[in-house]
Design a protein around this ligand. Structure first.
Ligand code: MN
Length: 232
């Protein structure tokens, strides 16, 4: 059975006595989805020692670069703009280091939501800091995450093509890809031009802006993880 690492997050606790204390956490839907496709999930905590990251990577056959809060815009040479949410430099630094090391070692990666954005930034791309305005569709849906909310248009011959040309997905993001990194190709986009998925087949890099793990009751979306496992 393959072991798939899930990048953990640091969550700031609001309770008064615990301010300044972080919770090391990951959304359990990643864990549920990996179990459903017969993989062993392994949550990896944010660490700051690069040797430890090497050791984490030795334990896994592939990695989910998970969702989370906003990415520090200084990582793509921008100043913060209105609409930027909370950033955590320690988490971002960990994400970027893991992504670059995984690519160097040939460990397959799939980025989900912030994970897709982090891969794009790690490879030299940039982000729109906030797309919550009427130029764009509503990408920050109000309904629960298991419901689908907007369509994506899927390009030919990529890891999502089995879904057909147009399919509805959920959407829980307020940031999005601006400049796509040169080494990545668009796999899907929404009608307003937001990049909703990318890939680099040769380097085994995949990314989706939507959350297949939160639609794990729909077998069609679990196939994204099944396909990923085959490459691990
Ligand atoms: Mn979206």
């Amino acid at each position: 059975m393959k072991t798939i690492g899930i990048l953990g997050n640091l969550i700031e606790i609001e309770a008064k006595q615990l301010i300044g204390t972080d919770y090391c956490a990951c959304f359990n839907d990643y864990v549920i989805s990996l179990q459903k496709v017969n993989a062993c999930p392994l949550v990896l905590p944010v660490v700051n020692d690069k040797k430890l990251i090497d050791q984490q990577l030795e334990k896994v056959d592939g990695l989910i670069i998970a969702g989370g809060s906003d990415i520090d815009p200084s990582l793509y040479n921008e100043e913060p703009k209105y609409g930027l949410g909370r950033v955590r430099n320690d988490v971002d630094e960990y994400y970027i280091t893991v992504i670059l090391k995984a690519i160097e070692k040939g460990v397959p990666i799939i980025g989900i939501c912030k994970g897709l954005q982090a891969i794009n930034v790690a490879l030299g791309g940039s982000l729109i800091q906030d797309i919550k305005n009427d130029k764009y569709l509503q990408h920050d849906q109000i309904r629960q995450a298991r419901f689908k909310s907007h369509y994506i248009n899927i390009e030919k011959d990529n890891f999502l093509s089995y879904l057909g040309e147009r399919v509805m997905v959920n959407s829980l993001h307020h940031q999005a890809i601006d400049k796509l990194a040169d080494s990545l190709k668009i796999a899907a986009s929404s009608d307003d031009g937001i990049i909703e998925a990318f890939y680099n087949e040769e380097k085994k890099i995949y990314g989706v802006q939507f959350h297949p793990e939160m639609m794990h009751d729909d077998e069609v979306f679990l196939k994204i993880f099944e396909h990923f496992l085959e490459l691990c």
